[in-house]
Design a protein around this ligand. Structure first.
Ligand code: GMT
Length: 380
């Protein structure tokens, strides 16, 4: 099938999922066209069957805000016509589902019927999409999608609570590729990060408020009082500077490493013992799943879709949002006993395999076929 994928090209989870999905679809013989404003960060240059089309938004002095949706829908119309695209898959409702619908509608004028799948990722529903300024347009675009998928049961429920959704929402969880982690030879280069007697605790995110970065540091502050340890902070975002300051204030500066955005998170997770994800809300927690696939136990909050990924007392522990004391206590418990830690790490890896791309990809393909079959009676 010829598929156009629209996503954010940045380090956020939705972009990562869209990119990895596109690459996997291409490996299965589909022709995949990414349409976005920049080459997705996880997309290498050389893949068979993968194309990238950049959306340009011309500047004009009259514009206070550049009309990205307009440029995106025009680019979609051109790309779909030029390459004979058969299906459109948009990741993140805002503004992608809206722009996708406009493209679909324009194409119908030329008797081209393009089914559209919208995948909801989380903040497009729980934070941004919920805003009254966006809500009518988000509701409209969800209802005008031919198939709607959500990355967790929790997000599906939340969407149904917040919006007046008329169509079914199919849950298709996020995934990892176990083959990526199966190689027995991995040079973890642990010694670059910590002494042999130190444990390595990791956090990866886009350092937005919703990630509760101060909690990450406060949990680590308690950990290092009991267990020799280093904290590795990966990512960039608005809370990063404050976090650096907090580390200095707490006297942690030489125990915390801020690495910035990285395309090598597997190499970082490879030497990690514990992953911290104390988020305020999290529709799925892809970063936690990636940690688990790398043999890393997880201490997280119990919000949103995280309990569908991190299993209490098996792959890690879950606490109420903001319960730093309990998260620290559980982390210390895990890090203080080598045997217990090893068991949790093993369990984490095993659970991650339930989310293997081999299981998840066919679910998307099934949705594609369903949408394609009904393309002439789709909602316009
Ligand atoms: O977590 C973020 O801030 C990035 C965000 C995104 O849209 O890129 O992530 C969301 O989608 C991911 C992939 O489906 C999920 O794993 C994250 O849980 C979700 N983030 C939130 O719900 C806060």
């Amino acid at each position: 099938m010829k598929i156009a994928i629209v996503c954010y090209p940045t380090f956020g989870g939705s972009g990562v999922v869209a990119t990895e999905l596109g690459i996997a679809l291409a490996e299965r013989g589909h022709e995949v066209h990414f349409v976005t404003y920049q080459q997705p960060v996880r997309l290498g240059l050389l893949y068979n069957n993968v194309h990238f089309h950049e959306v340009h938004v011309p500047e004009y002095p009259l514009f206070r805000y550049q009309p990205y949706e307009l440029a995106l829908s025009s680019k979609l119309v051109d790309t779909i016509k030029q390459y004979g695209i058969e299906l459109l898959h948009v990741h993140y409702a805002i503004p992608h589902a809206y722009a996708g619908y406009m493209a679909k509608k324009m194409l119908k004028e030329e008797d081209i019927y393009i089914p559209m799948i919208t995948t909801l990722h989380g903040t497009d529903i729980t934070l941004v999409g919920n805003h009254p300024f966006y809500k009518p347009a988000v509701t409209f675009s969800i209802n005008k999608s031919d198939v709607v998928t959500s990355v967790s049961e929790a997000l599906k429920q939340r969407t149904q609570e917040i919006f007046e959704v008329e169509n079914e929402i199919e849950v298709i969880p996020n995934f990892i590729d176990p083959n990526k982690y199966s190689s027995s030879f991995t040079d973890c280069q642990r010694s670059l990060m910590a002494r042999d007697d130190e444990k390595i605790v990791t956090h990866i995110s886009n350092f937005r408020k919703v990630k509760r970065i101060p909690d990450v540091i406060n949990i680590f502050y308690e950990i290092q009082k009991q267990v020799p340890a280093k904290l590795v902070m990966v990512g960039e975002g608005p809370e990063k500077e404050k976090a650096e300051l907090q580390c200095e204030t707490l006297g942690l500066a030489n125990k915390v490493l801020f690495l910035g955005n990285s395309n090598e998170i597997d190499r970082i997770l490879c030497f990690s013992d514990l992953f911290l994800l104390p988020s305020e809300t999290e529709s799925f927690g892809l970063a936690a799943l990636e940690a688990m696939a790398n043999n890393v136990a997880v201490i997280s909050s119990n919000t949103g879709g995280i309990p569908e990924v991190n299993k209490e007392g098996i792959s890690g522990f879950l606490s109420e949002v903001g319960n730093v004391a309990e998260m620290a206590k559980n982390a210390i418990y895990l890090l203080s006993d080598e045997k217990v830690l090893e068991q949790f790490k093993k369990n984490a890896k095993k659970i991650s395999q339930e989310f293997s791309i081999q299981n998840i990809l066919p679910l998307y393909e099934e949705m594609y076929e369903k949408a394609y079959r009904s393309r002439y009676k789709n909602s316009y």
